[in-house]
Design a binder for this molecule. Structure first.
Ligand code: TYD
Length: 149
């Protein structure tokens, strides 16, 4: 089966909780190759570009400031690329549903996520939605020479 790549982010809430190691472990257990990894202090420009397709949504401003760490003590993001057959669907399964209350209890979001009393989804990770989106996002977060072949 043809290999594909996917962008996985541990967002600032995951960093603030000190669980990046556990989260990376859950993704590594998915039998994919880790082909890129770095820590990023997210700028407004990067956050807005990352969520560009959600610009019209009522929660757009919130998710941009969230990714910048403004809601979580200015924590950074860990950005990773995983590569292998069905990498996107495998990583989305490991992450779990967008709403942590609906996520499989064994998934990252089911284990560690929460919905705040203000209704914010603190769902810890981002995983690209499909192969095309993954290509766009990986090019946004990584230089070519930062990713293994
Ligand atoms: P989206 O890309 O649709 O979800 P996913 O991260 O599972 O691919 O949405 C981006 C983020 O926006 C999501 O991680 C949490 C937030 N969000 C809300 O706060 N409310 C919502 O109703 C949705 C759909 C998303």
């Amino acid at each position: 089966m043809k290999a594909e790549s996917v962008l996985v982010l541990i967002k600032p809430d995951g960093m603030q909780k000190g669980i990046a190691g556990d989260v990376i472990g859950l993704f590594l257990a998915g039998d994919l190759k880790l082909t890129g990894l770095k820590v990023v202090q997210v700028s407004p420009r990067l956050a807005q570009a990352h969520y560009g397709h959600l610009r019209g949504q009522f929660f757009f401003k919130e998710i941009v400031t969230y990714l910048m760490g403004d809601l979580h003590a200015k924590n950074p993001v860990v950005a990773m690329v995983f590569t292998g057959p069905q990498a996107v669907s495998k990583c989305r399964k490991i992450a779990g549903a967008t709403n942590p209350e609906e996520a499989d209890p064994r998934s990252v979001r089911g284990k560690f996520g929460r919905v705040t009393t203000k209704g914010v989804f603190e769902n810890l990770v981002h995983v690209s939605s499909d192969v095309k989106e993954a290509r766009r996002e990986i090019a946004l977060w990584f230089k070519k020479n930062e990713i293994l072949k």
